[in-house]
Write a protein that binds this ligand. Sequence first.
Ligand code: NAG
Ligand code: NAG
Ligand code: NAG
Length: 233
Amino acid sequence: MPSSTYFSSFMLMTLTLLQLCSATPVPIAMPADLAADCLPVKPSAAAPVLPASTLPTTNLTFAYVAIGRGVQNYTCTALNTTPVTGLGAIATLYDATSLARTNLPALHLIPGQAVNTPPTAAGYVLPPQYRNLPLLGHHLFLSDATPTFDLNAVGKILYAKRLNGTSAPTNAPKGPAGTGAVDWLQLAAKTTYTSVGLSMVYRVETAGGNPPATCTTTGVISMQYAAEYWFYV
Ligand SMILES: *[C@@H]1O[C@H](CO)[C@@H](O)[C@H](O)[C@H]1NC(C)=O
Ligand SMILES: *[C@@H]1O[C@H](CO)[C@@H](O)[C@H](O)[C@H]1NC(C)=O
Ligand SMILES: *[C@@H]1O[C@H](CO)[C@@H](O)[C@H](O)[C@H]1NC(C)=O
């Protein structure tokens, strides 16, 4: 290889590495700088970035992303009335933390697909292409209406309280009933309970779960939904 070609290749490689490794672009640097920036590989990779919304952000330590798939429940007291919210929800939580770290666009496609996958005898399952995501736990409401996230696969539990909420984007997947996506939420540990290993969760990228405008039956109605739950320590 002629030395000029060798030099150009070296410079190209150097610049490519710089673009990959350096937060701020630097026009020229010596290999020693590259080593400081790149080697050894930084031990803790940056946390994935929570989808942007008007919800307040947090500086708490990122822990997990789960895909939740289940139902939001409402009460219909009489025909032609508006369904009453607040009854709660139940969902199965699947661990999508690895995908969140490697491919956020792929992660964000899951709720819209999962909401249209009907439950089976096995419960609220994900579409076939996502069944490699391991079970992380369950989302349920206690009898006093406390939203609870029991991540039994990792021995953690969050008893939560709603802090803030905002409408889902207008283009959010509407779910099989076409009723639209439930709000995005920020919830934090409720002080009257002892949570373990978790202090905050966001519900984002929601799909389905809204009630119909009016009741056509009476009793509890359950609306299919899916969402991403982002947990922080
Ligand atoms: C929700 O967060 C926004 C800021 O993002 C804030 O303006 C608003 O007051 C908060 N709402 C509640 C109920 O805390
Ligand atoms: C997060 O930390 C930054 C830098 O210390 C600070 O400016 C910001 O207000 C913090 N945000 C929250 C939500 O605590
Ligand atoms: C919601 O409804 C489902 C049935 O669709 C039921 O299994 C679950 O216990 C209900 N949960 C709450 C909190 O109402």
